[in-house]
Design a protein around this ligand. Structure first.
Ligand code: 5AD
Length: 450
């Protein structure tokens, strides 16, 4: 069995190797070329003492830390066989020989163009999103999976998310932790608690990329200070890729947290339709959201962004624009998930989208950016469909996030009802994720490069 190479079970915990050490092949300014079993990738380097021949861990496009050669070589030895076996399995599951019997002719023409290196127009993506017959849907998902494998091979990002506070000053119409939900008990982890959860995730479970998330703060200055302390506290202990997700904290806030050591920023624009945005977000403007996203990219953050699928009043054309907007923003990772009505929100009577609409959007994201995109299977999708992770990973996606918020708080981070994994311990989530990735031939590693 290949499986136990990846899962090293120690006395008290499971350590998951989320990253394969790579060897530095070349250094050009702040960019390095890294070799992983013969594959060359590029990453951004901020370490001062790096030389050709050194071994490193990279995550999310950044070099995280240098690792001693003997340690790296022993990990690579453990990985070698499974690395190639997983690749073989993935390749066999993402064959280019796609059954075309009964598949919509126009769809075949559009997707053929992509398979041979062409691009998809807004009209093409709009057409794909209206497809509903089973054979054609299947063809869409398989083509997206084929393109993912062809261009990005079998690596899968596995990030951890810690929800440090459910306090929120916004009144978003869809969200269960909006300030309008006065029945919800609010929490804010102490700096020490948040640092401890993160350090545990790194030490005990091997996470190399963590997202820190909360509702949008009312008092931005105070909140930024609190986050600076958390980020610095984590970085003082450990090398890790840290991503912030706190809503609109202001451009100065973004600058300060970058200085403190955050290198990723997760912020969805939720919808690219300005009118819909204004209706759903009282006293907020899409332009301000986009300004944050664009400024974060300018500062050097790797940005994860996306939209909600199936919002009441959202049209297919809106979703097409959402898909093209993430590409235009040149985001690092795309996070698109279904809207799920929350009983305590203004949209409690609305319905979620169907599963195939979500899968079509994941596939469409792959179609507009087949060479680069890291596409997340969101927890919201897993809440809608227990098989979402497997289905999504077989429809163009290549990224998952595990929730490592302590259970007592996770239950209170009630953005939508019955969240998947809301009662599952971290070890169980890791085991289940690894089993799934193993069965699909995916390496639970983000080679960390574009
Ligand atoms: N259904 C699905 N996703 C939601 N979010 C907030 N409320 C809901 C809901 N009811 C998402 C938003 C936000 C992210 C943190 O959670 O897209 O960006």
């Amino acid at each position: 069995m290949v499986w136990f190479w990846i899962l090293l079970i120690t006395n008290e915990s499971i350590i998951m190797c989320y990253a394969i050490p790579g060897r530095i092949e070349a250094i050009k300014g702040n960019r390095v070329i890294v070799d992983y079993f013969g594959e060359k990738k590029e990453a951004i380097n901020e370490l001062k003492d790096l030389s050709i021949g050194d071994y490193i861990y990279a995550q999310g496009g950044y070099v995280i830390e240098k690792v001693p050669s003997d340690y790296a070589l022993s990990v690579l030895d453990l990985w070698r066989e499974s690395f190639f076996n997983l690749q073989k399995l993935d390749m066999s599951l993402s064959s280019s020989v796609l059954p075309r019997d009964g598949v919509d002719e126009k769809l075949i023409n559009i997707l053929d163009r992509l398979i041979y290196g062409g691009s998809a127009s807004r009209k093409d993506i709009g057409y794909i999103l209206t497809i509903s017959d089973k054979k054609s849907l299947d063809y869409i998902y398989k083509t997206a999976n084929f393109l993912r494998q062809k261009h990005l091979k079998n690596s899968c990002c596995v990030h951890g998310i810690i929800e440090i506070s459910n306090q929120c000053s916004c009144a978003c119409a869809y969200c269960g932790i909006s300030s309008l939900n006065q029945g919800l008990r609010r929490y804010k982890m102490s700096v020490e608690e948040a640092v401890k959860v993160a350090v545990d995730a790194i030490d005990r479970y091997g996470f190399k990329a963590l997202v820190l998330q909360s509702g949008e703060p009312a008092d931005k200055d105070e909140f930024i200070e609190y986050c600076e302390a958390i980020i610095q506290g984590i970085r003082a202990h450990k090398a890790v890729f840290l991503c912030i997700s706190f809503g609109e904290i202001g451009l100065r806030g973004l600058e300060r947290l970058y200085k403190a050591g955050a290198r990723g920023m997760l912020m969805r624009f939720e919808t690219s339709n300005e009118n819909l945005y204004s209706r759903l977000h009282p006293n907020k403007m899409l332009a301000s959201r986009l300004e944050h996203i664009r400024y974060a990219i300018e500062l050097g953050y790797l940005v994860f962004t996306g939209a909600l699928i199936g919002l009441p009043g959202q049209t297919i054309e809106d979703i097409v624009e959402d898909i093209f907007l993430v590409r235009e923003l040149n985001a690092e990772m795309y996070s698109f998930g279904p809207f799920i009505p929350h009983e305590a929100s203004l949209l409690s009577k609305a319905s979620p989208p169907d599963r195939d609409m979500v899968l079509k959007v994941l596939a469409a994201l792959r179609f507009v950016d087949y060479k680069d995109a890291r596409i997340l299977v969101t927890t919201a999708f897993e809440t809608l469909d227990p098989e979402a992770r497997r289905r999504g990973l077989l429809a163009g996606a290549n990224s998952v996030m595990l929730n490592i918020t302590p259970l007592e708080y996770r239950r209170l981070y009630d953005i939508y009802p019955d969240r998947a994994w809301s009662e599952t311990g971290v070890e169980e989530q890791i085991e289940s994720t690894l089993t799934l990735l193993q069965s699909l031939g995916r390496a639970p590693t983000d080679l960390g490069v574009r």
